[in-house]
Design a protein around this ligand. Structure first.
Ligand code: SF4
Ligand code: ZN
Length: 298
């Protein structure tokens, strides 16, 4: 197997791209996928002040590294979820990575706000992943807006995006379908959100970490079996094995031909939370209600 670009022995085969690459050409290939995503969707410029949501996993570290390599101004925000056995590993990897690459890092501790996810799981009878996801989105957005960041970047990859799209289509969830895409504009209490890795699969971001020498954390969250997207990820992975390239065609097709059919409802439905002022479709936002519930059950 030879590198498609320079013909030396290849180290990675990518059937989806009908290609194989040596280390240097793979790094160039990954760089171009991210550059293409940014350019095609007007994600960010070198003047932007970009906050990167860093979980400590391969995608968020690969994203921070690649944005930095491309010359963007990046700062990390890590949310320590307070999940025993998993959060401390993720935080340690994040702190080590940011220190090694000179990336400024902020850490928010959910436990110090009475919202450690272990406690939430113990006390609140709601699906933990939905509470956790909502809490993370809230604090990433709020931190960006309150600290002068005009772009919030997340490490969602092609597998995340296609499995979410697949799940939303299976439910014909019009509201979520209208909001799905690699860029969400700023406004109405939301920072601009971008997903520069949306053209790269999990396998490709893992390879990027490996070949760029990025040490990413892996201590699986004990609640990860409660997440629903892995089912859809596995189905799409089987399809990709039979028909390489199917995932990116599915997603690109949605962006070009499907999404316009689902008018965005976000703008007309959200209003400021009565307690914190951040956007919600109810009187009080989910995080303010969660805080109240946690206080009430002490
Ligand atoms: Fe949060 Fe669920 Fe992910 Fe664990 S698996 S970090 S609870 S969203
Ligand atoms: Zn609120």
């Amino acid at each position: 197997m030879k590198c498609k670009r320079c013909q030396v022995p290849a180290v990675v085969a990518l059937p989806s791209h009908h290609a194989a690459f040596c280390r240097n050409c793979y790094l160039l290939f990954a760089r171009r996928l991210v550059e293409r995503a940014i350019k095609e969707h007007d994600m960010c410029t070198p003047e932007d002040n970009i906050l990167v949501a860093i979980s400590g996993g391969k995608d968020s570290l690969a994203l921070s590294w690649q944005l930095r390599e491309l010359g963007y101004k990046v700062t990390g925000l890590h949310i320590d979820l307070g999940i025993a056995g998993s959060s401390s590993v993720a935080r340690a990897h994040t702190e080590r990575f940011c220190a090694a690459h000179g990336i400024p890092l902020h850490v928010l501790e959910m436990a110090s706000m009475g919202l450690s996810m272990d406690e939430v799981k113990r006390r609140i009878k709601r699906p933990i992943c939905s509470v956790c996801g909502q809490t993370k989105r809230y604090f990433f957005n709020r931190f960006a807006l309150e600290n002068g960041f005009n772009v919030l970047a997340t490490g969602h990859n092609l597998d995340d995006e296609t499995s979410r799209l697949f799940a939303n289509i299976m439910r014909w969830d019009v509201e979520y379908l209208s909001d799905q895409g690699p860029v969400m504009p700023a406004g109405n209490g939301f920072a601009k959100k971008i997903k520069p890795l949306f053209r790269m699969s999990e396998f490709e971001t893992a390879n990027l970490c490996f070949l760029a020498g990025i040490d990413y954390g892996y201590a699986p969250c004990p609640y990860s079996s409660k997440a629903s997207f892995p089912v859809y990820k596995n189905l799409l992975a089987d399809l990709e094995d039979i028909q390489p390239g199917r995932k990116i065609h599915f997603y690109d097709g949605f962006l070009k031909r499907g999404r316009a059919g689902f008018a965005s409802r976000t703008q007309e439905e959200v209003r400021p939370c009565n307690a914190c002022g951040y956007p919600t479709s109810a009187g009080e936002c989910g995080v303010c209600r969660l805080k109240e519930m946690m206080r009430g059950k002490e």
